[in-house]
Design a protein. Structure first.
Length: 269
């Protein structure tokens, strides 16, 4: 149905009841663009990380929320957990945001959000725990079979936190991880896309996208002001087109030199 012309679709929908139309209107498989659906490589031959690297407004949060809900409701995942940069971002974007889990969850599968316990409790008894990129030690203990990690480039300690979470991603027959991020050219994010296992198999499948891919769902004011202002600029290539940018040729220092010389603690004099 999603591939039909508007005139063909109108004729088909005219024969459906109001309740059927409401179901279709909320069906992510019907609404999503093809590139927003999980790639066939994800979960096959050791490729367990799906990294969605896309510009602002692409629909990353909706994509991940819908995928997460489907995994809990139909996928048989019993230990799906959430990880964001801070408590506020998990709450305001991943859970309570306009494209977050509560907005996307169907009425008959609506979770209970318990902020004080850092949990989401789903109608089928599955519990999702919440973790933050500021607390790598807290991420050391939990076990998972599904992870949604949002905006890794904003995590205070991304590598340590993410690696601790992956050590716990060991439950179920086929544990999976989805990563959503606006690209910042950090070494960690770049390495994540090229991660391989001990057998030389690729661990990550990458979906790239642009802000322009979701124009029909974006405000005309946003398109006419933000897009027109930053399109074609270095910032626009990163934030709108989802590109990793190389070093600015006019910069005094190379990013690789900074990354190679980082230290965890100040040197004593």
């Amino acid at each position: 149905m999603a591939s039909l012309k508007p005139s063909q679709l109108k004729r088909i929908l005219a024969n459906h009841s109001v309740s059927e139309l409401e179901l279709i209107e909320k069906d992510w498989l019907f609404l999503a663009r093809e590139e927003q659906l999980p790639p066939v490589q994800w979960g096959a031959e050791g490729c367990f990380i799906w990294n969605v690297r896309a510009g602002r407004g692409y629909g990353k949060t909706r994509l991940a929320a819908e995928t997460f809900i489907h995994a809990v409701q139909y996928g048989g995942f019993k230990y799906p957990n959430l990880v964001g940069a801070t408590a506020e971002e998990v709450r305001d974007v991943m859970i309570c945001g306009e494209s977050g889990l509560l907005a996307c969850a169907p009425k008959d599968f609506y979770p209970e959000f318990v902020p004080s316990l850092k949990k989401l409790i789903w109608p089928n008894g599955v519990v999702s725990h919440i973790y933050y990129g500021t607390e790598p030690d807290r991420a050391r203990g939990p076990q998972s079979d599904f992870l949604w990690c949002d905006e890794l480039s904003k995590w205070q300690r991304p590598e340590e936190t993410f690696d601790n979470l992956l050590m716990g991603l060991r439950l179920g027959p086929n544990p999976l991880c989805i990563v959503t991020s606006t690209p910042r050219p950090t070494r960690f994010l770049m390495d994540l896309e090229n991660r391989i296992d001990s057998q030389g198999q690729q661990c990550t499948i990458v979906t790239r996208g642009k802000t322009q891919d979701n124009f029909k769902n974006l405000s005309p004011v946003f398109i006419s002001t933000i897009i027109s202002k930053y399109e074609g600029t270095r910032l626009g290539r990163q934030e709108l087109e989802g590109q990793f940018l190389d070093d600015n040729p006019e910069a005094l220092w190379k990013r690789s030199d900074i990354d190679d010389n980082k230290v965890r603690h100040p040197m004593s004099l």
